[in-house]
Design a protein around this ligand. Structure first.
Ligand code: 5GP
Length: 186
């Protein structure tokens, strides 16, 4: 068995990253998702412990103090963090790990695990991103604005990634990501 790998996905929110990641998890049995902790509110379609561990700010701060995170970030007034234990357990048991984090988180994971493969999903344009986020309708007007501003910042980091995949057509983007993963684990 080859050494398990870490695959880190970043993209501005609304770029189809979650759908692509779910597709990988369905198609590759030896992959596990790294469930992050967050202090933001759960969306109606999300499940605690599967999409995120939804915790309070106090709980989050304790975990920072206890050194439980590989990396953590605060944005949109909420905290997000990646658990060290998840990665260590997966590596120990031979599972590849998939992360879905922001660009800074991705670069910090690479610092901790230099072999991690970083994949950036690019939305067709900021205008299209805005349309997708509005259609999704899961954010307040204020959060939506912040997410679009953040998208512009995130896009400026894309060249630091190992792979850049444009999501113009979702099925094509899924195929491209599958090919990257097949290549990396072969
Ligand atoms: P959302 O609120 O839409 O689920 O996520 C907002 C942003 O936080 C996304 O860019 C997502 O990838 C990122 N994110 C989720 N979990 C983590 C994490 O553990 N660490 C970091 N740095 N970013 C995260």
């Amino acid at each position: 068995m080859s050494k398990p790998k870490l695959f880190v996905f970043s993209a501005p929110s609304g770029s189809g990253k979650t759908t692509i990641v779910k597709d990988i998890l369905q198609n590759f049995p030896n992959f596990k998702f790294s469930v992050s902790a967050t202090t933001r509110k759960k969306r109606p379609d999300e499940v605690d412990g599967i999409d995120y561990f939804f915790i309070t700010e106090d709980e989050f701060k304790k975990k920072i103090e206890n050194g439980e995170f590989i990396e953590w970030e605060k944005f949109y007034d909420y905290y997000y963090g990646t658990f060290k234990s998840t990665v260590e357990e997966n590596l120990k048991h031979g599972f590849n790990t998939i992360f879905e984090v922001d660009v800074k988180g991705a670069l910090n994971i690479k610092k901790a695990y230099p072999d991690a493969v970083l994949i950036f999903i690019v939305p067709p344009s900021i205008e299209e991103l805005k349309r997708r986020l509005e259609k999704r309708n899961t954010e307040t007007e204020e959060d939506l604005k912040k997410r679009i501003q953040r998208a512009e910042m995130e896009l400026s980091f894309k060249d630091k990634f190992d792979y850049i995949v444009e999501n113009i057509n979702l099925d094509e983007a899924k195929e491209k990501v599958k090919k990257i993963i097949e290549k990396e684990i072969s």
